[in-house]
Write a protein that binds this ligand. Structure first.
Ligand SMILES: N[C@@H](CCC(=O)N[C@@H](CS)C(=O)NCC(=O)O)C(=O)O
Length: 205
């Protein structure tokens, strides 16, 4: 078996590295960067014509899009992260699509404009607006987490991983977590997992 994940850990590739680490399967990591044209080289464009990381190669199968990679890996390797039946599969898909369409853009704005950009380039107004926009999806999540620890099947699944990996970006807005304590607790539970912490270390080194 040859499983290769392309993309530096300091990028959206962290989501799929987290998944691979949770699964505990052997894989090769190629730290292709999104800067300096690395992901635009012909050899990488042959894997992902969009020129973006992450991308996964599993034998003859090539997968791009972080959520698709993680859902593919869940199906490929099974176990507790994966769906036990079609109803659970619907849950995994629903939450993964939801976080990308309803939350990712605003979570990224918070990350950039509260943390990642040099202070002189930050526009706090954009972060404030993103925080306001996220209040609604956070409310949905808060209600969903009433009386349960995880999103699907009462165990940590790829749904939790995909949603938490995106909302980790919004952790720079403590107000959101404070106003939605169940989400705050759930996020801490997910991001406290050894596999996530390992990938954070990879991103720092
Ligand atoms: N929707 C894609 C987005 C991938 C993406 O935008 N990756 C960034 C790095 S975090 C990238 O490769 N940027 C390089 C570029 O756009 O040239 C996913 O989730 O995989």
């Amino acid at each position: 078996m040859s499983l290769t994940l392309y993309g530096t850990a300091a990028s959206r590739a962290a989501r799929s590295l987290w998944m691979l680490e949770e699964l505990g399967v052997p894989y090769v990591h190629v730290g292709t960067h999104y800067l300096h044209g690395e992901s635009r080289k012909p050899e990488f464009l042959a894997i992902n014509p969009n020129g973006r990381i992450p991308a996964l190669v599993d034998g003859d199968v090539m997968v791009w899009e972080s959520m698709a990679i993680n859902l593919y890996l869940a199906r490929r390797f099974g176990g507790p992260l994966a769906a036990a039946d079609p109803a659970e599969e619907a849950g995994l898909l629903r939450w993964s699509f939801w976080v990308m369409t309803e939350c990712e853009k605003d979570a990224l704005a918070i990350l950039f404009h509260r943390f990642a950009l040099p202070p002189e380039q930050r526009r706090p107004g954009l972060a404030d607006a993103a925080e306001k926009a996220l209040a609604r999806p956070y409310g949905v999540l808060e209600a969903e987490l009433e009386g349960r620890e995880y999103l699907v099947g009462n165990r940590f699944t790829v749904a939790d991983l995909n949603v938490a990996a995106v909302l980790a970006w919004a952790a720079a807005a403590p107000g959101l977590g404070n106003a939605h304590p169940r989400v705050g607790d759930w996020l801490r539970r997910c991001l406290g997992r050894p596999a996530y912490r390992k990938v954070r270390e990879m991103a720092r080194s």
